[in-house]
Design a protein around this ligand. Sequence first.
Ligand code: NAD
Length: 176
Amino acid sequence: MGYRRLVVPGRFQPPHEGHLHTIKHALSLADEVIIVIGSAQDSFSLKNPLTAGERYVLLEKLLRSRLGEEYCERIKIVPVADIAMNKVWVQYLKMLLPPFDGVVSGNQLVLMLFEDMGLAAIRPQLFNRAECSGTVIREKILKSDPSWVDCVPEEIRKDLEEMGFEERLRRLMIDG
Ligand code: NAD
């Protein structure tokens, strides 16, 4: 372990196996992990089709299924809206979240902002990045490539269908 609490920010549009790898890595390093659902203000857009609430439901279901109750006791999920000033984003997180020691992220901006505040900034190994990426998944849906589901955990596929995820993205595409 080593850390008391680490943050794992993400957009989770939608949650996928790569996200799970990063969350598990954070759990191996810290007593507690706070998953920040970022860009919580955005939804029904091509980059952020799902609402923060939908992403919360999907993540919770997935983590319960994969990690069990024991691990879920060590994870908190917090939706956070973006702010216009990157430089003070970590301060803003400090205001919203319980005290944290650092971040686990593959996102360079996120890593830089935490380093800048003198906090731990841990870069996880990427898992099958060619397939396991929200951008790739969303692009495949728009190209009607059925392999988009390959990196999307089985446990949440039905929920995504009920949320109308594919249809929503395709309709958003019509107006660009
Ligand atoms: P994302 O959903 O793309 O990724 C979430 C995490 O999963 C990242 O750490 C990423 O590296 C990891 N991941 C993705 N694919 C992986 C794979 N195949 N294998 C292993 N790990 C993988 O989310 P993101 O874009 O990194 O989210 C950052 C969030 O923080 C955004 O919502 C952003 O707006 C927010 N943010 C806000 C501000 C601000 O408000 N000013 C500043 C910085 C960041």
